[in-house]
Ligand binder design. Structure first.
Ligand code: PXP
Length: 241
């Protein structure tokens, strides 16, 4: 499986002080150097983490593919067609949410999305839809002519984290069967959300023949922070000698 490293929460930390550090651009370059197959970032309508300038800088500096997560709005369409990421992933967005909750309701938005997606096809930008693992969403994704679906793994992650392993396995089965359906229709299949160092191994073992790529953000950035604290404190202490 490929890894899309999502660097949004580097920007979350920076925005907490509205300063220049930590830099999402540096984080993207380091993730690339460590072997990430793709850099994923979400330019939210409320700009709570990634800013427009981050997207432009990262697009220019990074050579692995860029996956831009965004709400299907006209503003985001204009930005994406100008910056030209390799892929856009359409996600639902609500201002009050803590993170992307639930998948895009492609069934309900079918007419709108079909029109919306056309411009990206012409611009050679791959279109992926972040959906719940439900067959009707997969069929609708095919009808609107998306190239790929990203299956929402949040439910699986929550079940695993709550030690409900049998239920988590059932959720994996659902992801598997919906993923296979998507592949049979010619859609590429990715997955992500809520994945951690603990809950990812089981998912990889069971889905590696169905899912091509995982997009992981919060857990990677969280661990990067903790794994780096000792060095950061040691370096600061040197300044005090
Ligand atoms: N995939 C999609 C479509 C997302 O919206 C997100 C969250 O921005 C992720 C993956 C990554 O989720 P997490 O930060 O929980 O790893």
């Amino acid at each position: 499986m490929r890894l899309g490293a999502n660097i949004d929460h580097v920007a979350t930390l920076r925005q907490a002080r509205r300063t220049f550090e930590p830099s999402p651009l540096f984080a993207a370059l380091l993730a690339q150097q460590a072997g990430a197959h793709q850099i994923t970032l979400h330019l939210r309508e409320d700009r709570r983490h990634i800013q427009d300038e981050d997207l432009e800088l990262i697009k220019r500096a990074v050579h692995v593919p860029i996956n831009l997560e965004m709400a299907p709005t006209q503003e985001m369409k204009e930005i994406a067609l100008r910056v030209k990421p390799n892929r856009i992933t359409l996600v639902p967005e609500r201002r009050e949410e803590i993170t992307t909750e639930g998948g895009l309701d492609v069934v309900r938005m079918e007419g709108y999305l079909k029109e919306y997606i056309k411009g990206f096809k012409e611009a050679n930008i791959e279109v992926s839809l972040f959906i719940e693992a439900q067959e009707e969403q997969v069929y609708a994704s095919k009808r609107v002519e998306a190239d790929a679906v990203e299956l929402h793994t949040g439910r699986y992650a929550n079940l695993f984290n709550a030690h409900l392993i049998e239920e988590a396995r059932k959720e994996i089965e659902r992801l598997r069967s919906v993923g296979l359906k998507a592949r049979s229709l010619g859609l590429k299949v990715y997955a992500g959300h809520g994945l951690t160092y603990k809950n990812t191994p089981l998912l990889v073992k069971e889905l590696k023949d169905v899912v091509e790529e995982l997009n992981v953000g919060h857990s990677i950035i969280s661990n990067a922070l903790l794994w780096g604290i000792e060095k950061a404190v040691e370096e600061f202490l040197k300044l005090l000698r």
